[in-house]
Structure formats: C-alpha cells, structure tokens
Design a protein. Structure first.
Length: 175
C-alpha cells in the first residue's frame, strides 16, 4: 500500500490540455426535432432488434440515450413492440435462430416501415458471415433502407443513419 502511495506522489501531474468538445451536431437539434415532427407529426419510434450480434453495436446504441447525445430530446425514442415502431434498427448477422423472429417483427411493424442495418455484421454478415449458424446479412431477409457500417459504428454514425432513413421516408410518396 505504501509503495503505491509513494508511486502516486512521484508521478507528475499531466499537463495536456483538455480536448475541445465537438458539439457541432448538437446545434441543429431544434432543426432535427422539427424535421421529425414535419415527417411524422410525433416522435420517431424505433424498435431495436439484436439478430445475433456480439453486443458491441448495442453498447453504442445505448450511448445514444446518454445525456451527451440525448436522442429522446430530439424526438426519437425506443419502443418495446414493433407494432408501435416506425423503424426497425437491426444489429448483428441474421442467425438461423433469429430469422423467423426478425421476419415477424418486420411484418408487425406498420407501413410505411423503415429498416436500418447497424454494424458490419448486419450490413455484410461481418466476421460471422461463413458460420453455420448465420443466414447472411439482413438484406437476405428484409429490404434495408439504410446501412450504417462500422464495427461497432459510433453513436454519431448511428444517429446519422437514423436521420438518413427518416429523410428517405420524407421522400416516399404518400399512400
């Protein structure tokens, strides 16, 4: 214990400057919220589905809910049921055990529905592509609107992908 305290006492204080925050994307939060209201008239509801991932992408998705990104304040929220969702956010390669569950979630989502493939595994099958337990990327089962590559993708990239899908919905013709 004393050796550790001596080491702490001998260690110099770091003199590096604190990095500057990159909050450029937060300046447009009112614009993003208004855009969501213009397209949907309410909050964007997302159902996140893990189709067999390593949970790296899920950790980045959870980071979207922290105070720094605060997507709830932008008018984006996660829901427990695909029946209440406007968008499916799918992570991981499409495994044999989750194939039917993902298909049923997609069928339960009301039209017009959007699908975002988050992470390399959902986009291409990733490192699990050749596994006996994997059917392949998400696009082998569902029509994917937006791909967000990365292993795992950063929270800002996930947010950009979600907003890209929302803008694609705005461009869809009315039913």
């Amino acid at each position: 214990m004393w050796q550790l305290l001596k080491q702490y006492a001998r260690t110099p204080t770091p003199d590096e400057p604190v990095p500057e925050p990159n909050d450029a994307w937060q300046g447009g939060s009112r614009h993003i919220h208004q855009e969501i209201l213009d397209v949907l008239g309410r909050a964007l509801c997302i159902r996140q589905i893990d189709a067999g991932s390593c949970n790296g992408c899920e950790l980045e998705i959870h980071a979207l809910n922290n105070p720094y990104y605060n997507i709830e304040g932008l008018g984006i929220r996660f829901v427990a049921s695909p029946r209440h969702a406007d968008m499916l956010l799918v992570t991981g390669p499409l495994t044999l055990n989750m194939r039917e569950a993902v298909r049923r979630a997609w069928e339960a989502t009301p039209d017009p529905k959007l699908v975002v493939a988050a992470g390399d595994c959902a986009c291409t099958g990733g490192i699990f592509r050749d596994s006996y337990a994997v059917c392949g990327p998400l696009s082998t089962l569902l029509p994917v609107d937006v791909y967000v590559p990365g292993c795992p993708p950063a929270p800002i990239d996930l947010l950009k992908g979600i907003l890209t899908a929302l803008r694609a919905r705005r461009a869809m013709p009315a039913p």
